[in-house]
Design a protein around this ligand. Structure first.
Ligand code: SIN
Length: 492
């Protein structure tokens, strides 16, 4: 079945392996392999852009900017809506491409495609709602206004864990605002980005407005972070890389949006609904095999519910079906690479050495390769590496706590501040704890919070800026204050 799927997808018009620059597909001799994490088989050789290609893409985006910015918002909105419709119409093919290059199960991949498409829909509407301000004047002959204008050419660098959804989350508000974009997708997963470019072309996105340059992170990333023609850089990835990009972008004072690492706590209080807490913890911990910035990384459980929670989570996790994401019923696929496997192993070894115990899982899966067993560990402590670092894998460490103050202290004991979750049926506690958590996103009695209309982003070293919702488009706008003098009074 999988071989048939592959044979059919590589003849699809969405299967693209060349750069997309200035509305043209650009083949290069220099190429890099993309493999299927479930099998390790190379599925494509993709054109590998470097410094020259990144500069050419910026030039194309610069050339396309005046006409795109000048188009009425309604026209930009109509094009984004067409792009949305084409993504939805092609969701099955896009999901297959995503699963083949990234490994997540097909149903989850399709969920990501539709989640991503929703940003086109949301920001098509927002394009028509970029309002300015009329400011009460300080002088009788003056009128004061603030305009919001597109910031200019934008660069986006997107990650392998959500190869599709992170692109519209950046490109849709940028294009809605009247900006143009150069995108560098992660080298592990460029095929979803190129498929999206093929649909942009079909949807009528003008040449140069959206450009895709897969290739060398060092070369392409550096040009995007330093070229003075790029006015805004938006990046999703690790805090380490975000810090380096921020430093490089400081030379030209670029506006930045950085969605970086997380170390999300889950707080399960004694009064929580046990089933909801277990289901919510699974939803946040095991989404995308634990390879999500908002994934639970530390699960703090209050004394009174602790043992029942550990037992129930262990049973539910042990029942998860693992395998190639193309197989029906699979909910856990492979990890992205062997470094991800090694990190899970290292965190488990460190936790066991510190006194933790394995409730279920605990190591590599019998399927071999990049498959790692969904794992639950109990008796974890704050000193362990698993409490301090993001595992980015399917390992759920459980810690015990006593009382609200302890829970808040433990949850906030990290330099990260992206997402946190709490499970309780006490409404006063929802407010007290929710307000005390130092995180940009708080899920209450749920492990799934993402929505195109809500602000997504982190506090502390988890990043700057917000994506999605009302805030998402302001990241791509500049404000211009106009002070108009010499307006003589009526009858003068
Ligand atoms: C991420 O982990 O970066 C994205 C997750 C989401 O949008 O829900």
């Amino acid at each position: 079945m999988q071989a048939d799927h592959f044979a059919s997808i590589i003849t699809s018009p969405l299967w693209r392996t060349d750069l997309y620059v200035g509305g043209a597909w650009v083949a290069l001799e220099r190429r890099f392999p993309v493999d299927n994490p479930a099998t390790g088989t190379v599925i494509a050789q993709v054109a590998s852009g470097g410094t020259a290609e990144a500069q050419a893409a910026i030039a194309a985006a610069q050339a396309a900017l005046p006409a795109w910015a000048a188009r009425p918002a309604k026209e930009r909105a109509a094009i984004l809506r067409r792009w949305h419709d084409m993504v939805v119409a092609n969701a099955d093919e896009l999901a297959l491409i995503l699963t083949l290059e990234q490994g997540k199960p097909l149903a989850e991949a399709k969920g990501e495609i539709l989640y991503g498409a929703a940003f086109f829909d949301w920001f098509a509407d927002e394009a028509r709602r970029i309002y300015g301000d009329v400011i009460p004047t300080y002088a009788a002959d003056r009128r004061l206004i603030a305009l919001r204008q597109p910031i200019g050419v934008c660069a986006a660098i997107t990650p392998w864990n959500f190869p599709m959804a992170m692109i519209p989350r950046k490109a849709a508000p940028a294009l809605a605002a009247g900006c143009t974009m150069v995108l560098k997708p992660a080298s592990a997963t460029p095929l979803s980005a190129l498929a999206l470019a093929a649909l942009a072309e079909q949807a009528g996105v003008p040449a140069g407005v959206f450009n895709v340059v897969p290739g060398s992170a060092r070369e392409v990333g550096d040009v995007l972070a330093t070229d003075p023609r790029v006015k805004k850089l938006t990046f999703t990835g690790s805090t380490e890389v975000g810090r380096a990009l921020m430093a490089r972008a400081s030379g030209t004072i670029k506006k930045l949006s950085l969605e970086l690492g997380g170390n999300a706590p889950v707080l399960v209080f004694d009064d929580a609904d046990l089933d909801a807490a277990v289901a919510g913890t699974i939803a946040t911990k095991f989404r995308n095999m634990g390879q999500t910035c908002v994934c639970a990384n530390r699960i703090y459980v209050e004394d009174g519910i602790h043992d029942r929670f550990v037992a129930a989570l262990g049973v539910a996790v042990a029942a998860m079906k693992q395998g190639d994401g193309q197989e029906p019923g699979v909910v856990q696929g492979p990890l992205i690479d062997m470094a991800a496997v090694a990190k899970c192993e290292a965190h488990i070894a460190d936790a066991l050495a510190g006194g933790a115990r394995v409730v279920t899982g605990g190591g590599r899966h019998a399927l071999g390769g990049r498959f790692f067993q969904p794992t639950v560990l109990a008796d974890c402590t704050q000193e362990m590496a698993i409490a301090r670092e993001e595992t980015f894998g399917p390992v759920a460490p459980i810690f015990r706590f006593k009382g609200e103050a302890d829970a808040i202290r433990l949850a906030n004991d990290t330099e990260y501040g992206l997402a946190a979750y709490l499970f309780t049926t006490d409404h006063a506690r929802i407010w007290r704890v929710g307000e005390a958590l130092e995180f940009g996103i708080v899920g209450v009695n749920t492990g799934a919070t993402s929505y195109e209309g809500a602000p997504f982003g982190g506090w502390k070293e988890s990043g700057v800026g917000r994506e999605g919702g009302r805030d998402g488009i302001t990241e791509f706008l500049e404000t211009k204050y106009m002070c108009i003098a010499g307006i003589s009074p009526l009858g003068s």
